[in-house]
Design a binder for this molecule. Structure first.
Ligand code: ADP
Ligand code: MG
Length: 718
């Protein structure tokens, strides 16, 4: 298993739970898995696909998701296909043909196919090693993404009593979990429920002022990073996207009122790093497998913590640090209340209100954000300080409320800890109510001690004390306030108490450098990122499928310049090494030569599995564009240069591309036949694209990628 992990996926270690899950599957057990987003669920069925004989069949809800997953699997050298309504008849037949022949390791299938009896009968004739249901919560009406198509999966175990079945999801309360297990018919499954904690996410709340400007500031500090900005209304989505675009930010909108086509296009653009920012309503949701989302900003208060957790969960799937920023202004509360007021059922109304209250609490109290989120899902966070939220890192500005807290607690104690919130606040504010007079509470020392502040302030203090567990509410119907152990200590004046400053500007979040994960070298990172982008265009796949941000970051930390070193980079398996390794090495080498002060570090971990032949390929120094330029001026053709230097043609054509874009005077006619140049130019113009694939495809094999790339550079330069 470890060998496959390294060879195929390029990873050194399993992520938590992966190994256990895979073992159980390989032993023929059913499994049920709740792993948070980015927890590496796909690998749990893709790795067995590589090892087990027979095909692993994956059921997945979205066509777009299937395509990306298949592309990603293929990039790792897994033989993978999918069957869904987007394929034409011939394509489907081809997939079936390979499937029956036993040539497929991995096959993605849309759920609705399982409703067809002839399909199930047909499946019986093919050796299937495992059924894996991804996004399994879609089968539950209690979940938040119910899809009726998923109900067709209920027959699988009846038809295939001997084939293990595995279900995966990122969100399931216990209720949803049991529902899924029952509906899919899992047989005594091995259950894994992982922690909801997403360690690499940094949570922060800022006061909402001029939110568009604040977002622009934030984005400017995160140049060239991918991010999602959520807004509540369609109108505000469009306005913000326009505003950002007008300030030179690459941003596109996404909301349910747009045509399907526009939505698809904008999502695709985002996936391919052709835009940095997508401004969206929460309609932009499932099906985003993009791993290099570096931040998720909420410009408005979300309705509930579930939603907030899910939306922020889309950041940092690759495990690299990512930011979750919420802009919170009390002005958002009435808007949400307005919708809650429209809910008719009494119980639902109450639940919605309670949920809103949880979000407000999350945003306004001096309590670790991570602790609060986990607490919401019934999980206790063990550490005192999480080190990755604005509260625990002290970037949120705080104010000392020790004295105010003591006033509240003193009022509680002097009345025997027998009264509720409203009564205690009445005493503090010195209210002249009959009840207070009857009980003679107008004579205690704290009566009126806080009358220079209004009731709202005292509610805030009480809330804060509740949130920080200084006091608690005891009793169901008429809860009374009581001190906890922490409260007793505070009352004695042994400790100080802080709340979030409510109207202060907050300090900046720590930059990525400080947290130890940052790319070793920003300049190189940008260069590799640009290279990845070009490759992705050429291969017509999203950039993060070529290499994740994490892989690029490691390259910038260790500067691998040999194939064995490159192989030790996280996420570089055999297939990717062969396909892209050399090109990235060339980029790094060129960079190192331009920056002689930078010293490569050894890549940690042993070199392993490496074929001798490749080790022997020693490479000369001085391999830069300069060298290509020299050889070209000596009369060598592009092909000859590639051969002479032992580099890929695409790498050399990349050198020429850069020279052309730099405005160097190059005899392009020697690279591409002049007659052909015009033909290629016309293709680009009529197809109205700068992508290589459509042009190459249109030529029916008469134009190569290399030629197209050179001509594109000419056009771009123009
Ligand atoms: P999920 O479906 O659980 O949200 P994915 O399967 O999309 O997560 O995986 C998230 C990211 O983690 C991907 O970029 C994947 O390549 C990476 N990953 C998976 N397993 C490992 C591992 N063992 N080591 C390092 N990265 C991994
Ligand atoms: Mg997944």
């Amino acid at each position: 298993m470890l060998e496959t992990l390294k060879k195929v996926f390029g990873f050194e270690k399993f992520l938590p739970h992966q190994e256990t899950i895979i073992r159980k599957i390989m032993d023929g057990n059913d499994v049920f898995v709740v792993l948070p987003t980015g927890g590496g669920k796909s690998l749990c069925y893709q790795l067995p696909a590589k090892i087990l004989s027979g095909t692993v069949v994956v059921i997945s809800p979205l066509i777009s998701l299937m395509k990306d997953q298949v592309d990603a699997a293929r990039e790792n050298g897994i033989s993978a296909s999918y069957l869904n309504s987007s394929l034409c008849r011939e394509e489907k037949e081809e997939v079936y043909f390979n499937f029956r022949k036993g040539d497929l390791e991995l096959l993605y299938i849309a759920p609705e196919r399982f409703a067809m009896e002839h399909f199930l009968e047909e499946l019986k004739t093919v050796p299937v090693s495992l059924f894996a249901v991804d996004e399994a919560h879609c089968i539950s009406e209690w979940g938040h993404d119910f899809r009726p198509d998923y109900l067709s999966l209920k027959d699988i175990t009846a038809y295939f009593p001997d084939i293990p079945l595995a279900a995966f999801t990122a969100t399931a309360t216990l209720k949803v979990q049991n529902d899924i297990i029952k509906k899919i018919g899992l047989r005594k499954p091995f259950v894994v429920r992982a922690s909801f904690n997403r360690q690499n996410l940094f949570y922060q709340v800022k006061r909402k002022e001029q939110v568009s400007g604040q977002i622009l500031d934030f984005i400017s500090e995160h140049e060239n990073e991918s991010g999602i900005v959520y807004r509540t209304t369609r109108d505000s989505v469009i306005k913000l996207a326009d505003f950002l675009s007008s300030r030179g930010v690459r941003a596109v909108p996404y909301h349910a009122g747009m045509s399907l086509e526009d939505r698809k296009r904008n999502q695709e653009t985002f996936n391919r790093d052709e835009t940095d920012i997508i401004v969206a309503t929460i309609a932009f949701g499932m099906g985003i497998d993009k791993s290099n989302v570096r931040f998720v900003v909420h410009a408005d208060l979300p309705k509930n913590i579930e939603g907030y957790y899910q939306e922020t969960g889309r950041a940092g799937r690759d495990g690299e640090p990512a930011q979750c920023l919420l802009f919170f202004g009390r002005g958002d509360i009435p808007r949400l209340r307005y919708f809650i007021e429209k809910i008719t059922g009494e119980q639902e109304h109450k639940v919605a209100e309670e949920k809103l209250y949880s979000v407000v609490r999350y945003a306004s109290h001096n309590v670790c954000r991570r602790r609060q989120l986990l607490d919401y899902f019934g999980e206790e966070y063990p550490d005192e300080n999480c080190g990755a939220c604005d509260i625990c890192t002290d970037i949120a500005e705080k104010t000392d409320i020790t004295i105010d807290a003591q006033i509240v607690m003193s009022a509680m104690v002097r009345t025997g800890q027998r009264f509720g919130i409203r009564y205690i606040i009445d005493i503090i504010c010195g209210a002249g109510t009959k009840r207070i007079r009857d009980l003679h509470h107008d004579t205690i020392k704290t009566y009126g001690a806080g009358k220079d502040r209004d009731k709202y302030f005292w509610h805030f203090v009480v809330d804060e004390l509740l949130a920080q567990e200084i006091i608690y509410q005891d009793g169901d119907k008429y809860p009374v306030l009581k001190l906890t152990g922490k409260g007793t200590a505070l009352l004695k004046g042994e400790e100080k108490l802080f709340a979030l400053k409510r109207d202060a500007r907050k300090k900046k979040a720590p930059s990525r450098e400080k947290d130890g994960f940052a790319p070793g070298d920003e300049k190189l990172f940008e260069r590799l990122r640009a290279h990845r982008k070009l490759l992705a265009e050429d291969h017509n796949i999203p950039p993060f499928i070529i290499f994740s941000d994490r892989s690029l970051n490691e390259m910038c930390r260790y500067y691998p310049v040999t194939l064995p070193d490159m192989k030790n980079i996280n996420g570089v398996g055999d297939t990717k090494l062969e396909q892209y390794g050399r090109q990235f090495i060339d980029e790094i080498k060129a960079y190192l030569e331009e920056n002689p002060d930078v010293r490569p570090k050894p890549v940690p971990e042993e070199q392993s599995f490496f074929p001798d032949t490749a080790l022997k390929q020693k490479r000369k120094k001085g391999e830069t564009i300069q060298k290509t330029r020299e050889l070209f001026s000596k009369g060598l053709s592009l092909k000859q240069i590639a051969k002479e230097r032992g580099l890929a043609m695409t790498t050399i054509s990349g050198h020429f591309e850069r020279m052309i874009l730099n405005g160097e005077d190059i005899d392009v006619d020697r690279l591409v036949d002049p007659g052909k140049q015009d033909k290629i130019k016309n293709h680009f113009l009529t197809l109205n694209t700068l992508k290589l694939t459509p042009v190459v495809e249109r030529s029916g094999g008469t134009i190569s990628y290399v030629e197209a790339k050179i001509v594109r550079a000419l056009l771009e330069k123009k």
